[in-house]
Design a protein around this ligand. Structure first.
Ligand code: AHG
Ligand code: MN
Ligand code: MN
Length: 328
């Protein structure tokens, strides 16, 4: 089944999706399939390397960060149901049309920037919210909603295949882009994350900077079969959140980017509204958990658009254990 037919037939709590939301998701998928082609061409169209600019968070922008942002905005600007767009690459949200549509989109246009130039999987992460007051001009604060309010969340991985993973609050489904027909096809339904795990993903080079509960958890995993956990753990770190979380959704495990002492005043590296919230929504919809150490990520009430958060997500039993260690 192609993505358009899926959207037309899907029922969420016995309701068909509003046409505006279908139109919005279809436009988003088209923009991402266009990006997928550009990513595949890479150096052939001069797409690698730095843009020579910085974003609002003081990070160096790669050419593809900027191109991805522009491509998504162009692809969504004709959606009458959309009121506004917020992005990692823009300090402030922008209105779409009159700014009076029903939905808001937030995205990380290009996740995994450090992997662009080395031909490793990268992606796009998105979150869709309802505009609090439809038919009123767009206000920047309209975006500051807890992740539990998301209408839809998902990501596209540009990897060996281009894969779209999405949830509208009724489970998590996966679509594979057929590059011949340029259609996303439903290839896996109702993804579930096993409660137990034996694989973790964390940037180990930061271990000396972590808080004690995270150090304890990882030390116990590393101790393996003769340690308190009485089993061996495997480790992976791709350094693209999309690809690391995709692996967790496909074969289980945990993913962490916790707070650390390198920048003690920042809650973490990853951004709440367009990285942690959409991924947290997907992981919960797949039966897993997503916390900042103590609290469910989806319950955090945001105060600023680009705020950061400590992230631990994946297998329920492991995340519960991490929560216990943080509360001890
Ligand atoms: P972005 O490219 O959107 O800035 O995000 C990169 C993030 C995330 O994708 C990944 O998990 C993390 O940065 C990797 O960080 P390290 O380089 O510190 O491992
Ligand atoms: Mn990112
Ligand atoms: Mn990014």
């Amino acid at each position: 089944m192609n993505f358009k037919s899926y959207l037309a037939t899907l029922r969420v709590q016995d309701q068909a999706l509003p046409e505006g939301l279908q139109e919005l998701l279809l436009a988003l998928s088209h923009a991402c399939s266009g990006l997928s082609q550009a990513v595949a061409q890479g150096p052939l169209i001069g797409l690698l390397g730095s843009a020579g600019t910085g974003n609002v968070q003081g990070e160096v922008q790669q050419k593809l960060d900027v191109i991805a942002n522009d491509t998504l905005i162009a692809g969504l600007s004709g959606c009458s149901a959309l009121a506004g767009i917020a992005s990692e690459e823009m300090e402030l949200p922008i209105p779409v049309g009159s700014g009076e549509g029903s939905y808001l989109v937030l995205f990380d246009p290009l996740d995994g920037s450090s992997n662009i130039d080395v031909n490793v999987s990268i992606g796009t992460i998105f979150s869709i919210l309802k505009k609090p007051i439809p038919n009123a001009p767009l206000e920047p604060n309209d975006f500051l909603q807890a992740g539990s309010q998301q209408v839809a969340a998902g990501y596209v991985v540009y990897g060996p295949q281009t894969t779209l993973v999405m949830s509208l609050g009724a489970g998590v489904d996966l679509f594979t882009l057929d590059p011949i027909t340029d259609q996303f096809m439903l290839t896996k339904e109702s993804i579930r994350i096993p409660q137990a795990a034996k694989e973790f993903a964390i940037n180990m080079s930061n271990s000396r900077h972590w808080a004690k509960p995270v150090q304890r958890y990882i030390e116990e995993c590393l101790a393996g079969v003769t340690g308190v956990r009485q089993k061996d753990f495997n480790m992976r770190w791709i350094a693209s959140m999309v690809a690391d979380v995709h692996r967790v959704l496909m074969r289980g495990g945990v993913f962490m980017y916790p707070w650390d002492q390198r920048e003690p005043n920042k809650p973490g590296k990853l951004r709440l509204m367009y990285e942690a919230n959409p991924m947290g929504f997907l992981v919960e919809q797949a039966g897993g958990q997503a916390i900042d150490g103590k609290q469910r990520i989806l319950e955090i009430k945001p105060t600023t658009l680009h705020q950061r958060v400590s992230v631990m997500l994946g297998a329920g039993e492991e995340i519960e254990r991490l929560r216990t260690y943080h509360l001890a």
